[in-house]
Design a protein around this ligand. Structure first.
Ligand SMILES: O=C(CO)[C@H](O)[C@H](O)COP(=O)(O)O
Length: 427
């Protein structure tokens, strides 16, 4: 079986960074270079021209995701130096036909991106009949964050006698599976271009697709998957993934012996009444986070060392109190993260006011039972339970992007120059 082509997608917004990444990816065994949609939107056809000048003989793919003016867009990309132009498969046939006219006039090929196509087999056959040369079984980046898998599309297209590309969050392991399932072109973006060592990451994928293997898939529960993803990231990564939302404020008292990740068990109590907070410990399962609203009272504590010890016995991942905590000298000898807005020696009476597992307001955020929390030395971020998987996936992408930027800073760049900060100021 012939090895698939490895196409590396330059999904960055700065041309100078893209050029360096392309050079490193080719050194690691990439065959084709894709001018990714973010790059072409940020830099225009100049990105294609610059990469053509830099790599005169490399196959360049312009991922325009054309949805209209097929011929015109293909002409622009072809004249700038592209060999293959990507159009959206679910656009009207009029666009595809015009793109194909342009392609034949300027000697380039058309790759049709199957994102959002319902019946992929029927559409792929139609496109092939129209003359499209390459079908891309693609799951877009936002779709990946919701758990969609390009290998499912590939499986449906696998038997068709067409040139098939596959893309969408592939890494060495999944790229190898794609090769084993017959992909002709394996397209990889993030897991190569966000690596500190792009050459090594490209080489890993190259080796993986040169030796295709199905491997074994271990099925894990959704909660375990979310937890595994959040283990890889920081609280700042998560708030970035939430477009700078979700951070709790005022948690100036922090004991963080380890990162805190877990689902909320919420408690509303009043004026230091420690009855509901202590009862809530018994409602927790290992890995939960206790989130307590003391009605913003920092003059009286509903939580202390004995409660923390009890929570630790139950495997609670951490405690957050919008209010005061006491016994701090002892709490800091334990192993459970505790966040609070104040320290105060006096507790209230255990009268039983309040509620367990109601929606509460805590440190500027609404917290509902089952929402996810991540806490580290930077603070605590709340993740709405219905978006937990998606946000965790996005946070991992934020974290991966930082890996590469960190490496570029290590090589002597500055954050401002690398990201061309001034260019992004709102005009
Ligand atoms: O076309 C794209 C996004 O629309 C990407 O280039 C493609 O999905 C490959 O990148 P990644 O491996 O990061 O998903």
């Amino acid at each position: 079986m012939q090895s698939p082509i490895l196409q590396v997608a330059l999904d960055v917004t700065e041309l100078t960074r893209a050029q360096k990444i392309a050079e490193e990816a080719l050194a690691g065994g990439a065959d084709w270079i894709e001018i990714g949609t973010p790059l072409v939107k940020s830099e225009g056809m100049q990105a294609v021209r610059a990469l053509r000048a830099q790599f005169p003989t490399t196959t360049l793919v312009a991922d325009l995701k054309t949805a209209d003016t097929g011929g015109m867009e293909v002409e622009m990309a072809a004249k700038a130096g592209a060999n293959i132009v990507c159009v959206l498969a679910n656009t009207d046939n009029a666009v595809i036909i015009d793109a194909l006219r342009g392609a034949s006039l300027y000697g380039v090929q058309i790759m049709a991106d199957m994102m959002n196509v319902e019946d992929v087999v029927t559409r792929a056959k139609e496109l092939a009949d129209l003359g499209v040369q390459i079908i891309n079984a693609h799951v877009g980046i936002d779709q990946q964050m919701e758990g969609k898998d390009p290998l499912d599309i590939l499986d449906k297209l696998g038997d068709l006698p067409l040139e098939i590309a596959v893309a969408g969050g592939l890494n060495a392991e999944t790229a190898s599976k794609a090769a084993a399932r017959g992909a002709d072109i394996v397209i990889v973006g993030g897991s190569i271009i966000k690596a500190a060592d792009v050459t090594k990451a490209a080489r890993n994928v190259r080796d993986a697709i040169d030796h295709p293997a199905e491997g074994t898939t271990v099925k894990t529960s959704l909660d375990d998957t979310i937890r595994e993803l959040l283990e890889q990231v920081s609280a700042p990564n998560v708030t970035d993934a939430l477009y700078r939302k979700g951070a709790m404020s005022g948690l100036t008292v922090q004991y963080v012996p380890k990162k805190m990740i877990g689902k909320a068990v919420t408690v509303q109590t009043f004026g230091g009444d420690w009855s509901k907070p202590v009862q809530a410990i018994d409602e927790c399962i290992p890995g939960d986070v206790l989130v307590i609203s003391n009605d913003k009272r920092t003059d009286i504590a509903p939580w202390g060392e004995l409660a923390t010890r009890s929570a630790e016995n139950k495997g609670v991942a951490g405690i957050i109190i919008d209010g005061a905590v006491r016994d701090w000298d002892d709490i800091v000898t334990l192993e459970t993260p505790v966040y609070a807005t104040g320290i105060q020696p006096n507790a209230g009476e255990p009268k039983g006011f309040g509620e367990i597992n109601a929606d509460i307001s805590c440190c500027g955020q609404t917290v509902r039972p089952g929402d996810w929390l991540i806490g580290d030395q930077s603070g605590v971020v709340v993740i709405p339970r219905e978006r937990a998987y998606e946000v965790a996936r996005r946070a991992v992408e934020v974290q991966k992007t930082e890996v590469r930027i960190r490496e570029e800073i290590r090589r002597g760049g500055t954050l401002g120059s690398l990201s061309q900060l001034l260019r992004w100021e709102k005009k």
